[in-house]
Design a protein around this ligand. Structure first.
Ligand SMILES: Nc1nc2c(ncn2[C@@H]2O[C@H](COP(=O)(O)OP(=O)(O)OP(=O)(O)O)[C@@H](O)[C@H]2O)c(=O)[nH]1
Ligand SMILES: [Mg+2]
Length: 611
C-alpha cells in the first residue's frame, strides 16, 4: 500500500515552479516571465510509476521567509506547517533557476534550515547549458547534503528525473540543520565557487537588448510605439475575421429560424439568442489579438522592463513599481489583477492599487468600445499609416491609465504619504516565447470568452428577452411591443436620471444586465433593438442600427461611461474579499460611479454643444 506523498514546490519567484507543476500534473496554471505570477496555493496530483500518489502543491514565489507580502506569507506558513488546516508537507522540492544561482541559492539554504526532507530541483538547465554555465551537480549534492535534480520544466520529459526521485520509497533524510546565524551570503559564495563555472561573458544578448529597451528616451519611445501598434492591430487585423463570424451568425440564424412559424420561440431565437449573444460573439477575434500580444509580452520578459521604465511616473502617483504587473493583468480582467496585488508588501500601496485596478480597461469593455467606435468613428487614415478608429481605441485605454494615475495621486495626498519606496524588481532574462504556450494561452482565452457567451451572457439575454416580451402589448398598441413590457417600463423609469448624460431608455435597460458582465450591455442592446424593430430578420448588424438612431454625443458619452463605471459585480466582490472590508467596496463603487457620471455629463454636454 503506497501512501500519498505531499510535496510542496518552493523557491524564488520566476524560477519555474508553476511550469514544473503544470508539466507534472498536466494542469494549466498561469506561467509568466515575471515575479509574482502565482499568488495562491494550488494542488494537483501525479501518479508516479510505482503507483505512489504524489500530491503536489504549487506555491507563490518567495525571496525569503522573512518577507511579508500576503502571497509570500502563504509560502512561509505552508513550509512551517502553520497553514490553517494543513500539516507541513512531507517533502519540499526547492526549485532554483540554474542560470541565477547567485540569487536563488540563498533561499535554498534558508529552506534547508527548516530541517525537513527536501530535494533541490535545478530548473532551466536548458538555458544554463545554452549560456555555457557549468554546474558540478555531484559536488553541490555533497555540500548541501540533499539530492539535486536537473529539470527543464518547459520540455516534454524534462521532469522525468524529478518524478523518479520523488517515486523512491524512502524520503531523503532531513538535512543537517544549518546552525543559526550562519552568514547565508558567505555560504552561497563558497558554494558557488566550489560548484559553478560561469562563462567569461554572460548575458550578452540581454545586456545589448536592455541598452535599448531601458534607455530613458528610446525605451519609452519603443514602449509607446508598441502599445500604439497593438491597438491598431486589434482593430485592423481582426476586421476580416469579425466579418466572417458575423456572416456565420447571420446565416445560421436565418437557416435555423426559416422553418419556424412566427411566435414566441422564433422571437426568442432571433431576438435573444442570435441578436443578443451573437452580437458579442463577433468580438472574439479582437479579444484574441489583444491577448496574443499580451501573452507574447508576458513570456518574452519585456513586462518587468516596462515597469522599470514607468517606475518614476508611477512613483510620483503614489504607486509602487510592484503595482505594474497587477495593473497590467487588469487589462485582461480586474479580478486576477486585484488578486495579483498580493505580491505588494506595503498594505497601503496594495490598497491604492486595488482601488485603481478597475480603471484599467478590461477585455470585457472591448466589445462595447469597438461596437461604438465602429458605428460612430469614420474609418479614416491618419498621417497615412494609422487609422482613426485605432487611435480612438488607444485614447480610451489611455484615459483609463491616466485617470488611475490621477486617482492614485489623490489617494496619496489623502493619506499624507511621504514615504519612499525603492523599486525592487528582478529583470528576468529575455526569452523567445514558445508557440505552443502562446497557443495554449489563446485557446484558454477563447474558451473563457465562449463560456461567457454561452453561459452568463446567454442566460441574461434570455432573461432580458422575457422581461422585454411580457406583459404583451394591448390589442390597440401603436408602439413596438417592448415599450409595453416590463423591461420597457424599467428603461423609461430610469431614463430621466440618465437624460443629462444623453442615455436613451434602451441604453438604460442594457445597463442593468451589464452589471453582471460588461459585454452583456452589447448583447442587451442587440436584443432590445431587435425587439424594437418591426421586421423579423436576424439583426446581427447592431452597429449600423445605433449609428442611425443615436446622436454622436450619446455614443461618446457611453464610451466615457465605460471608462469609469464599476459595472462588474464580480470585481466588487473580489475587492471585498481581498480587503475584507465593505467600506472599501463602497468607496470603490462610489468614486467610480461618480467619475463615470461626471465624465459622461461633460462629454455629452460638450459634444452636444459642438454638434
Ligand atoms: N527555458 C526555460 N524556461 C523555463 C523553464 N521553466 C520555466 N520557464 C519559464 O520561466 C518563466 C517563469 O515560470 P513560472 O512557472 O511562471 O515561474 P514561477 O516560479 O511559478 O513564478 P512565480 O509564480 O512568480 O513565483 C516562464 O516564462 C516559463 O516559461 C525551463 O526549464 N527552461
Ligand atoms: Mg508560479
Amino acid at each position: 500500500m503506497n501512501a500519498t506523498l505531499r510535496v510542496a514546490l518552493v523557491g524564488n519567484p520566476n524560477c519555474g515552479k508553476t511550469a514544473l507543476f503544470n508539466q507534472l500534473t498536466g494542469s494549466r496554471q498561469k506561467v509568466a516571465n515575471y515575479a509574482g505570477a502565482t499568488v495562491e496555493r494550488k494542488e494537483g496530483r501525479v501518479l508516479a510509476p510505482s503507483g505512489r500518489v504524489l500530491q503536489l502543491l504549487d506555491l507563490p514565489g518567495a525571496y525569503s521567509f522573512d518577507a511579508t507580502s500576503p502571497d509570500e506569507a502563504i509560502t512561509r506558513d505552508v513550509c512551517h506547517g502553520r497553514y490553517p488546516g494543513e500539516a507541513a508537507p512531507d517533502l519540499i522540492v526547492c526549485v532554483a533557476d540554474a542560470t541565477n544561482l547567485r540569487l536563488h541559492l540563498r533561499f535554498v539554504l534558508e529552506v534547508q534550515r527548516l530541517g525537513r526532507p527536501m530535494v533541490l530541483a535545478l530548473n532551466m538547465m536548458d538555458a544554463a547549458a545554452r549560456r555555457g554555465i557549468h554546474i558540478d551537480i555531484g559536488e553541490l549534492e555533497r555540500r548541501l547534503g540533499i539530492p539535486v535534480i536537473e529539470t527543464v520544466a518547459v520540455q516534454r520529459g524534462g521532469t522525468s528525473r524529478l518524478v523518479e526521485a520523488l517515486d523512491r520509497q524512502a524520503l531523503p533524510a532531513p538535512p543537517a540543520a544549518l546552525p543559526e546565524g550562519t552568514d547565508l551570503h558567505a555560504a552561497v559564495r563558497t558554494l558557488l565557487a566550489a560548484t559553478v563555472t560561469m562563462p567569461t561573458r554572460t548575458g550578452r544578448i540581454d545586456d545589448a537588448l536592455d541598452r535599448v529597451a531601458l534607455h530613458p528616451v528610446w525605451g519609452l519611445t519603443i514602449l509607446a510605439v508598441m502599445m500604439f501598434m497593438i491597438f491598431q492591430a486589434v482593430f485592423s487585423w481582426a476586421a476580416p475575421l469579425q466579418d466572417g463570424i458575423e456572416l456565420g451568425v447571420a446565416t445560421l440564424g436565418e437557416w435555423s429560424t426559416a422553418q419556424l412559424p412566427d411566435g414566441v420561440l422564433k422571437s426568442l431565437l432571433i431576438d435573444g439568442v442570435f441578436a443578443g449573444a451573437g452580437s458579442v460573439l463577433v468580438f472574439l477575434p479582437q479579444i484574441l489579438f489583444l491577448f496574443l500580444f499580451i501573452l507574447i509580452l508576458e513570456e518574452s520578459g519585456y513586462l518587468p522592463r516596462a515597469a522599470f521604465l514607468l517606475d518614476r511616473m508611477m512613483f510620483k502617483a503614489g504607486l509602487t513599481g510592484r503595482a505594474f504587473i497587477p495593473l497590467l493583468s487588469s487589462f485582461a480582467c480586474a479580478i486576477p489583477g486585484i488578486m495579483a496585488t498580493r505580491s505588494i508588501q506595503d498594505p497601503r500601496d496594495r490598497l491604492t492599487t486595488i482601488l485603481v485596478a478597475p480603471l484599467m480597461t478590461c477585455s470585457a469593455r472591448l466589445p462595447v468600445y469597438t461596437l461604438l467606435i465602429a458605428a460612430f468613428i469614420p474609418e479614416r487614415s491618419v498621417a497615412g499609416v494609422f487609422n482613426l478608429q485605432g487611435i480612438v481605441l488607444f485614447t480610451l485605454y489611455f484615459a483609463g491609465v491616466a485617470s488611475a494615475l490621477i486617482v492614485a495621486t489623490v489617494i496619496k495626498r489623502f493619506r499624507g504619504d511621504k514615504s519612499e519606496h525603492a523599486l525592487l524588481m528582478e529583470l528576468p532574462s529575455y526569452r523567445l516565447p514558445h508557440v505552443r504556450d502562446i497557443a495554449i494561452g489563446l485557446k484558454e482565452r477563447a474558451v473563457i470568452f465562449l463560456k461567457r457567451v454561452g453561459g452568463i451572457i446567454l442566460t441574461l439575454v434570455v432573461l432580458l428577452w422575457v422581461l422585454a416580451s411580457f406583459p404583451a402589448p394591448p390589442p390597440d398598441a401603436t408602439l413596438p411591443a417592448i415599450d409595453y413590457s416590463l423591461a420597457g417600463k424599467i428603461g423609461h423609469f430610469m431614463q430621466p436620471l440618465f437624460a443629462p448624460i444623453g442615455f436613451n431608455w434602451q441604453i438604460c435597460i442594457a445597463l442593468i444586465p451589464g452589471l453582471a458582465a460588461r459585454e452583456v450591455a452589447v448583447s442587451a442592446l442587440g436584443t432590445v433593438y431587435a425587439m424594437s424593430g418591426s421586421d423579423d430578420t436576424v439583426a446581427t448588424q447592431l452597429g449600423p442600427l445605433i449609428a442611425q438612431q443615436w446622436p454622436l454625443a450619446t455614443a461618446l458619452s457611453l464610451l466615457a461611461w465605460y471608462v469609469f463605471a464599476p459595472q462588474c459585480l464580480s470585481t466588487l466582490a473580489v475587492i471585498r474579499r481581498e480587503t475584507n472590508s465593505w467600506k472599501m467596496v463602497a468607496i470603490a463603487a462610489g468614486y467610480l460611479f461618480a467619475l463615470a457620471y461626471a465624465a459622461s455629463f461633460v462629454t455629452f454636454q460638450i459634444a452636444s454643444a459642438l454638434s
